[in-house]
Design a protein around this ligand. Structure first.
Ligand code: KG4
Ligand code: ZN
Length: 340
């Protein structure tokens, strides 16, 4: 079965073709980072307009790369939510129109299910059940994943998501959008142990997160350094490194606590923050020491992409009845999903 995947939930237009027998056939991505950089964040209306401009040429490019035609595909999957309503509507309308014109099955996919299962796109993939750490711009969650659609929420954030914390801390350090990668790059010049920030809830007897206090601590530290006339390039890098280490400390501690709680030995890390090298190195190191295997999606599938949507579409479409009615769900919790 060959499924076309369409992702337009935020600031990336992602298109891919996934084959249940041969794996990922082709994929293409257009990032709107340059478009939104001047505004310091994603401007929803500009995002929607850019998806309108890019979506059809990208579908054509994927078809060319896979050396196939739309007539030969078996179904179409699109991101139904959560995300920006206008942006989601672009993917939903194109997917629905194509499905109707080609008389193919159509399926709305949960964006986070895409992230959660994206490590299954790799050759070396986890088997069910596994623990998943989902860390994106909007989510910091731990799940126990028993199978497709069987997601038990073990921990969630009380306030900011990990990626959101990266973005806000980056802003306080005067870095450009997107903040996470910029902060990680600055942190490479930092000296460890110079600054000190809290590790919120690291010793709490539960698996929940809280990152807003850490953001406030960065603000207080930056103000203090400015007041003392010490907020130079090196100090900024030192704060960046301490912030990154604090987030990594908390994420690693909670992820391993979740593995112990579920008596599981496979950890999947998904979502944009999974692209963070420091998090990757820490988890690999701790995993090696404790007999756990860690699975990250390929770097290009950590952030938003069409491949993960095509994959989920293919996994779920096998027995699914066709449905041409479309809706988008800007707010949608992963725990509302069921297996079949
Ligand atoms: O999954 P994603 O692409 O979009 C959402 O669905 O949210 O995640 C984007 C988030 C942003 O907050 C971004 O700053 C963060 O992932 N991010 C990173 C890195 N790359 C992306 N955070 C830390 N280090 C990185 N290398
Ligand atoms: Zn995402």
């Amino acid at each position: 079965m060959q499924v076309l995947g369409i992702e337009t939930s935020c600031d990336e237009t992602g298109i891919a073709l996934y084959d249940t027998e041969r794996g990922l056939r082709a994929h293409a991505l257009h990032s709107q980072v340059a478009l939104h950089a001047a505004y310091g964040g994603v401007v929803p209306e500009l995002a929607s307009r850019d998806h309108v401009r890019r979506i059809v040429p990208l579908i054509e490019a994927v078809m060319r790369e896979a050396r196939t035609t739309l007539a030969a595909i078996d179904g179409i999957a699109y991101t139904q939510g959560p995300g920006l309503a206008g942006a989601l509507l672009v993917g939903a309308s194109v997917a629905s129109a194509l499905a109707m014109a080609l008389d193919k099955p159509l399926l709305g996919v949960h964006h986070l299910e895409g992230h959660l299962l994206s490590p299954l796109l790799s050759a070396d993939k986890p088997s069910f059940p596994f623990v998943a750490l989902l860390v994106s711009g909007g989510h910091s969650q731990l799940f126990f994943v028993r199978g497709v659609g069987q997601y038990e929420l073990l921990g969630d954030t009380f306030d900011d998501a990990a990626g959101e914390a990266f973005d806000k801390a980056a802003q306080l350090l005067g870095l450009q959008y997107p903040g996470g990668p910029a902060l990680a790059q600055l942190a490479r010049q930092g000296k460890s142990g110079v600054m000190r920030l809290p590790r919120p809830l690291i010793d709490a007897p539960h698996l929940h997160f809280s990152f807003s206090g850490l953001k406030t601590a960065v603000l207080t530290l930056v103000r203090q350094l400015q007041h003392e006339g010490r907020f130079d390039e090196q100090a900024r890098a030192d704060v960046a490194l301490e912030f990154e280490t604090a987030v990594v400390d908390v994420l690693a501690a909670k992820a391993f606590a979740a593995l112990r709680q579920t008596q599981n030995r496979q950890l999947v890390v998904a979502g944009g923050v999974g692209a963070n090298q420091s998090l990757r190195q820490r988890l690999f190191k701790e995993a090696a020491a404790s007999g756990v295997r860690v699975y990250f999606p390929e770097m290009e599938f950590c952030t938003d992409n069409g491949a993960m949507i095509a994959l989920v579409g293919a996994l779920r479409m096998t027995q699914k009845a066709r449905d041409y009615g479309f809706q988008v769900r800007p707010r949608w919790s992963l725990t509302e999903l069921t297996a079949a």
